[in-house]
Design a binder for this molecule. Sequence first.
Ligand code: PEP
Length: 254
Amino acid sequence: MRKQIAAANWKMNLTLAQGEELMNEIVQANINMEKNQEAIFAVPFPYLITNKSITDKAKNFITAAQNCASENSGAYTGEVSCQMLQSINIKYVLIGHSERREYYNETNQVLVKKINQALQNNLKPIFCCGEPLLVRQAETQNAHIEMQLQESLFHLSTEQIKDFVIAYEPIWAIGTGLTASSAQAQNMHAHIRNVLANKYGQEIANSVSILYGGSVKAANAVEIFSQPDVDGGLVGGASLVANEFVEIIKSLKK
Ligand code: PEP
């Protein structure tokens, strides 16, 4: 079975001490992680090394970066490259979060460079896609997502897309308290899988984990994650509350 993943996105929140306290509380819950399940923590860059020392001690807990540079090295003040992330043994990186697209002008083309950087440095991208409210209201969300996948992922080989991780995050549901219904999530996830199947074949499409993101919380995680094409979630707000995120991890399909 493909991987089921609960991914926390701390964004620009928490001090180092607060982050450590949160992690310790989550680890102490002693969640029984199945072989196909992972709990991923995308923390701010300065916390990666300390956070990794905590996740390394818990089965299938993994520390991730929230972003990476589109270049490999050089005169790019303030940037963090995939080579640097690899050098501290980071395994996953979020790429294309809607906040990066919106506030830092990350286009589908910039994301191609970031994805290539990640793969060249043995990092697994968690590629985020999602439509704004106007697109959803116009009912053109399927075409919008297909375009994001085509422009940022379709240069990849079958081998590279196998076991890939995609997060579908409708922008109107991020941090708003609005959640896509489980039917809306399932429909879009099935569409994404279908788009991948048309390009790479059904077997490869079936290997891709597609996470849902947008106001996931303990109270709605079981229903959303139980949908056949939903393979877990990317979680912002609720990942900052230990017992919420513990319940979200426990809601993953086995
Ligand atoms: C996110 O930041 O990816 C996210 C889904 O946030 P929230 O869970 O707060 O909506």
